[in-house]
Design a protein around this ligand. Structure first.
Ligand code: SAH
Ligand code: SF4
Length: 407
């Protein structure tokens, strides 16, 4: 008997327990050295493991053939060499985009998306990986496939880093190297900040992954205390802020944590970040037809950002199930961009990539979860239409701030 996916979604799923062994890629080299020292092993053993972890092709401790078998078994007992238990790959866009659906030890699913940008005149080829920081997301933006899934759990540092190691190993098979990492996959990185910072450090450390800090972008929906914490740490990476609307009433609906940290506070924190680090802020606006793409929206954005050290990316919304919304037509996006540029705000339209970056993330996991029952979809659509109509009349939302967002 085949089960209807809608029925499967409603069934309580027995999930395996999480593997308690720490993931090796989330461990500082000094901690690993201490582990070997405690076992009376020479320090160079730790270096052998680090080399295999960051530069090798081994997928498990068993394959570390430079180490004696007893030591391999001890490593396997104490640590997870790879925290991704399985990965399914699929290609899109004529092979320029590779989507990976990773399963974690407890069965949770997360996605990463590898995008290849061929060399162009004056520009070297780039390979950018979009990674997830959480399984699901508590913020619940209505146009986002991950938001629709809800929150499952935070990822550990190793689970974040291993998405990058997986892509790097795949690229290495063709003699290519990963050039950029963006936290634009599933989850809100600043609501899992300790694990994300651990991952950023591992990625930037020349002894470990060795990717320059300038090649990492962290995208946030506007967690103000998180932005301020990052500012105190200095210029570790590029900060992208998902703005979507400059007016609170509409942003309350499009990015529900706006009810806790309103747009002026978010931009103020981002401005503070740009001033302290000297790094330009990227603002992302997902363009949704008839919702946030009018002249009044463009003018509100101009009023908010005029004179800032900022760049705006306009991304046509990638249609997702359970919303009645579509991307704004390209002429509307072009008109919006013109209004921003005329006010001196540097602006880019991300024409096709909208379907490949974060926009694509969450969709494989959502498909896997199956369609929710039709009445649920209908109720959800009705609520989105009602809330956005009220927002467009300028009324603030009375809905509570999403739970699990924290202080
Ligand atoms: N939670 C963080 C990072 C992950 S989302 C954040 O919101 O910034 C990464 C980006 O993908 C965000 O800018 C988000 O608004 C965008 N996005 C999500 N769903 C989309 C869709 N259906 N179409 C276009 N962009 C989308
Ligand atoms: Fe979460 Fe970002 Fe999706 Fe909003 S857009 S639900 S913050 S992942």
């Amino acid at each position: 008997m085949t089960l209807d996916p809608r029925a499967m979604r409603a069934l309580p799923v027995a999930r395996p327990a999480r593997d308690p062994r720490p993931g090796l890629s989330g461990i500082e080299p000094s901690q690993l050295e201490a582990w070997f020292a405690a076992r009376g092993e020479p320090v160079y053993r730790a270096q052998q493991v680090e080399d295999a972890l960051w530069r090798g092709t081994a997928g498990s401790a068993d394959e570390l053939l430079t180490l004696p078998a007893g030591l391999r078994a001890a490593i396997d007992e104490a640590f997870r060499f790879d925290s991704l238990t399985s990965t399914e790959l699929s290609q899109a866009n004529g092979g320029l985009t590779e989507k990976a659906l990773h399963q974690l030890s407890d069965g949770a699913l997360v996605e990463s998306v590898l995008m290849h940008y061929p060399a162009a005149p004056g520009r070297r080829e780039r390979h950018t990986l979009c990674i997830s920081s959480q399984a699901g997301c508590a913020v619940g933006c209505p146009f986002c496939a991950t938001g629709e899934l809800g929150f499952t759990r935070d990822l550990e540092t190793a689970e974040i880093v291993d998405q990058v190691r997986h892509a790097a190993r795949r690229l290495a098979l063709d003699g290519r190297r990963l050039t950029n990492v963006v936290f634009m996959g599933m989850g809100e990185p600043l609501l899992n900040l300790d694990a994300v910072l651990g991952a950023v450090q591992a990625l930037a450390d020349p002894r470990r992954f060795g990717l320059g800090a300038r090649h990492v972008t962290v995208s946030t929906s506007g967690v103000v205390p998180g932005i301020r914490r990052l500012t105190a740490l200095g210029p570790q990476f590029t900060l992208a802020v998902s703005l979507h609307a400059a007016r609170d009433a509409l942003r309350d609906v499009l990015v529900p944590i706006n009810r806790r940290w309103p747009v002026a506070e978010v931009v103020d924190a981002a401005r503070g970040h740009a001033a302290a680090t000297g790094r330009r802020i990227s603002y992302e606006v997902t363009m949704i037809g008839g919702i946030n793409d009018t002249d009044a929206d463009a003018d509100a954005l101009v009023a908010l950002l005029r004179g800032d050290h900022a760049h705006v990316n306009l991304i046509p919304m990638n249609p997702v199930a359970h919303t009645p919304w579509q991307a704004s037509p390209m002429p509307v996006i072009e008109r919006f961009a013109r209004r921003l540029r005329e006010a001196g705000i540097s602006t880019t339209i991300r024409r096709n990539r909208g379907q490949e970056i974060g926009a694509a993330c969450g969709q494989l996991a959502a498909e896997r979860a199956g369609e929710p029952p039709a009445p649920t979809v209908a109720r959800r659509r009705e609520r989105i239409v009602r809330e956005s109509a009220a927002a467009l009349r300028g009324e603030r939302s009375h809905e509570p701030t999403p739970t699990e967002v924290g202080e």
